[in-house]
Every structure is written in structure tokens, then in C-alpha cells.
Design a protein around this ligand. Sequence first.
Ligand code: NAD
Ligand code: TYD
Length: 354
Amino acid sequence: MENVILVTGGAGFIGSNFILHRMERDPDSIVNLDKLTYAGNLRSLEAIAHDQRYEFVRGDIADRELVRSLLDRRRPRAVVHFAAESHVDRSIRGPDDFIHTNIDGTFALLEEVRAYWGNLDRQEQAAFRFLHVSTDEVFGSLGPGDPAFSETTPYAPNSPYAASKAASDHLVRAYHHTYGLPVLTTNCSNNYGPLQFPEKLIPLMILNAREGKPLPVYGDGQNVRDWLYVEDHCEAIAIVLATGVSGETYNIGGWNEKRNIEIVEIVCDLVDEIAGRRGKSRRDLITFVKDRPGHDRRYAMNASKIERELGWRPRETFESGIRKTVRWYLENDSWVRDVTSGTYRQWIETQYSS
Ligand code: NAD
Ligand code: TYD
């Protein structure tokens, strides 16, 4: 076993932030296995692309031969599994890719990792970790007065995305219980920050606001999410990987519940301030549109277990994190232009045509 971590989905939003974060702070080598779907972008990793400790492999986690040969060749001490289809609205329009990657892909990866792990010596087996990155959406939707999700909240996924992630969480759990594979599962709330594909709420709103386009708020805008700055999430994952107890799950959240409309208003005000106002406030661009089918009303995370047991708490406040994020999108236009290619525009047209 080498000092190598296999990261899946490392060209996506959180995966690329995680790789950049780890390579700056840790001597481990990283192998990034990513299929490069519309959500994967190698530009995000330009800064470390030529680092000796980094290798990129383009491929599907469901390709068992590829995964097998990669594990045999690089002999990682851990796998950090980010690869997924991650956008709820896309899962509503077409769930197939979500079943392929999130369920079949995770199963294929687990099978190959189990075989690899089974051939390690005892000491290596004990040190090995498979860290599965999941979401708060597996717990379903909360009412206004309900307590936040904890690690023991029963699963009640509502969208095809959430259901596919829940299925993958169950598989990971079963591989620990049945085969003893040393797994860790993290369930995280909504992330925001640099390098997020602009189909998700915050980057979409920043870019539309900059361009003076309508800001489409679903339904009444009163849905609540708990927002976490992506770098805080990356740090939490690193801590769970280093010190988490095998077989345990950890909720990760920002202690920061906000209604969607509040988020959009904050974004408008920051874009006005940083990019400058051209007459009217960008709040005037807010447009209420048809609600998402089955739209979960509220997510909230109780992240006290990871704080109590592993000593992690988010560093960033929402005020500081959102300011950095808005500034990043406004200053990184060439990244934005690169990812907002034809495929992106096609998606936006399908999603918002009505
Ligand atoms: P993303 O959509 O930005 O990136 C996903 C990455 O996975 C892309 O680089 C894509 O090319 C790759 N990928 C997709 N299918 C693949 C396959 N079959 N084989 C190999 N690579 C494949 O996602 P993200 O926002 O970075 O999320 C990463 C993980 O974190 C996901 O598992 C997601 O469920 C979870 N998560 C995300 C959030 C959030 O707010 N973004 C919150 C909680 C949990
Ligand atoms: P999103 O970023 O898609 O994350 P998730 O659905 O995984 O929580 O959406 C965050 C919230 O913002 C969610 O309640 C849906 C809402 N939303 C809009 O109101 N308008 C939009 O254009 C988008 C993409 C999301």
C-alpha cells in the first residue's frame, strides 16, 4: 500500500476543491478517477495538473476492469468517493444516469475495492479507509419546527437523486456490516463556493445577476437549506478520513439555515456592491417560477457528532463565505466561459423554457 488516495469525481465541484485543498496541506499522492461528464472540468485542477504527486485518469467508476487495474497499479491507502450525478432537477428530468453512477457505479467500486482490500495484509487492511461522500437529502424534508437531521434520522429520500444517494449509502453500510470493509460515510448539507457548476442555486444567481438576466426562484422561495462553504466541507472530510471511526456516519453542516429568497437577495446585493450598480437594484431581477416537483421544504443538519467526537466545526460564516464566492465568480470569467459551453446552454433552455 502506498501513500496514495484514490479520489473519484475529483473534477467536479467538491472533488476539485478537495484535491486542491489536500495537495496544499498533505504529502499524499492523489489519483483522480473522473468520467468528465458535463459537471467535470479539468480547468478547475490546472494549478496541480503537473504536480508529480497527481495523476488524472478519465473513466467511469462502473468500469470494473479499469477500477481493478487502477487499484492494482497505484495501491491506494484510501478511496474518497465523490463521483455522482448531483443535480436534483436533472434527476427529475432523467434519472437514468443517477441510477448508473450513484447506484451501479458505487456498487462496482465497492466490489473492486472489497477484492483489493481482501488481498492486503492485516495491518494494511486495518489502516485502509473507503470514505463515501453523501448528502442530507437522503433524510427527506423537515417541517418548520422539526429538529435537524441527526445520524440516526430514518432515511426518507424524495427525489430520484436523493433515492440514488440513499441506495449508495445503504450499500456502503452493508459492505462494512457484511464484509468488514472499513468505511466512513459523511452526509453533508448544501455546499457553495468557487468551482461549482452554474446550474446550482448560488452560482446560477451570481452569473444571471451579473448579466442582468431574470433570477428564477422556484415556488414561493421559502424553502430552507443549510449552507456550508466548500472549503469547510473539504476540511471535515480530511478529518473524518484521518480520525473517523470505521463504520460510522458523520453529518456535516454549516449551522446556517437560510430561505432561498434570502440567499438570492444577499447575492443581488453583493453583485450590486462588487460589480457596481447600473441603475436599478438586481433584486428587481427576481422572478418567481413554477416550483420543482416534490420540492423538499426544509433541510437542517445537526452536526454536533463530528464536533464532539472529531473536533470539526465550520470556520467560515455565511457572510464571509458568500462574499468570497461572489467575488470568485466575478473574477474568474474565463473559467465560467469554459464551463458554460453549448451543453450548458442546452440544459438551461430545457430547464427554464416554460
Ligand atoms: P458535481 O456534479 O460537481 O461533480 C461530480 C463529478 O463526478 C464530476 O466531475 C463528474 O464528471 C464525475 N462523475 C459523474 N459520473 C461519473 C462516473 N460514472 N464515473 C466517474 N466520474 C463521474 O458534484 P459535487 O457537487 O462536487 O458533489 C460531489 C459529491 O458530494 C456527490 O456525491 C454529491 O452527492 C455529494 N454532495 C454534494 C453536495 C453539494 O451541495 N454539491 C452536498 C452534499 C453532498
Ligand atoms: P440546488 O442548488 O439545486 O440544491 P438542492 O436542490 O440540492 O438543495 O437548489 C437549492 C435550492 O434552490 C432548492 O430549494 C431549489 C432552489 N432553486 C431555485 O429556486 N431556483 C433555481 O434556479 C435553482 C437551480 C434552485
